[in-house]
Design a protein around this ligand. Structure first.
Ligand code: SF4
Length: 230
């Protein structure tokens, strides 16, 4: 991605970047396009592919969330993605469409990825929970415990080089720690015993409510790029 495109997508994120007089002008005329591991459940997942796993998840009744969902939201993206993006849980739009990160927060996530030089199709996007919590409440620990085996299996099948986790709840669930997101930022964690680096940043929905934090999010994304390239 050239500098002009990067500046465009940063602009789409809402990050104002100082540019020199010689920098290319922005083009506004184009579209911007922890888990408590349930080892017992995991051991019983016979899937050898993401498609198999998706089918199993679609029929899951392991926790009460299956009663209120419209459909499961397995996640989507490249089956051998180097970047795995993990959020908290489906919201209303995701529950309706069966896809992760749609709506305004999804558009912002897409812009964040593009600013990093990544197309949405080349990453894999998933959530800690595959079913929507009613009224978008925080996931409960028993729900995370029930669903964690699926996420772990996704990671095992995709084998990403790096995980970008967005939002406090997802980061705390994935990493099984209780730190506030502000303390997790700028640190390199690893996912359990896999050695896969995990970088935490703010959730796009939070950035929509608090746009003044977008600059910090961009710092996190640059840090993730740096970790990835090492
Ligand atoms: S949230 Fe996860 S464990 Fe609970 S019913 Fe949905 S897929 Fe199953």
């Amino acid at each position: 991605m050239n500098e002009k495109e990067r500046l465009y997508y940063l602009d789409q994120m809402g990050v104002q970047v100082w540019v020199s007089k010689n920098a290319p002008e922005l083009d506004h005329d184009h579209d911007a396009n922890g888990v408590n591991v349930n080892k017992d459940v995991e051991a019983n997942i016979p899937s050898s592919s993401l498609d198999d796993l998706k089918l199993i998840v679609s029929n899951c009744t392991q926790c009460e969330l299956h009663r209120t969902r419209t459909q499961t939201v397995f996640g989507e993206g490249h089956p051998a993605a180097e970047w795995l993006i993990i959020g908290e849980a489906p919201g209303a739009d995701e529950d309706r469409l069966g896809k992760p990160f749609v709506g305004r927060a999804g558009q912002l996530l897409t812009s964040m990825l593009r600013a990093m030089g990544l197309a949405r199709e080349e990453v894999f996007i998933a959530n800690v929970l595959k079913c929507r919590p009613p009224n978008n409440r925080d996931p409960q620990s028993n729900e995370v415990a029930s669903c964690s085996a699926y996420l772990r299996k996704q990671i095992e099948l995709i084998q990403p080089k790096i995980i970008l986790v967005v939002g406090r709840v997802a980061a705390q669930s994935l990493l099984m720690i209780d730190e506030p997101i502000g303390k997790m930022r700028g640190q390199k964690y690893t996912y359990q015993e896999t050695g896969i680096p995990v970088i935490a940043t703010y959730h796009p929905a939070y950035l929509l409510r608090s746009p003044q934090q977008k600059r910090k999010a961009w710092e996190d994304l640059k840090f993730a790029l740096d970790v990835y390239s090492r």
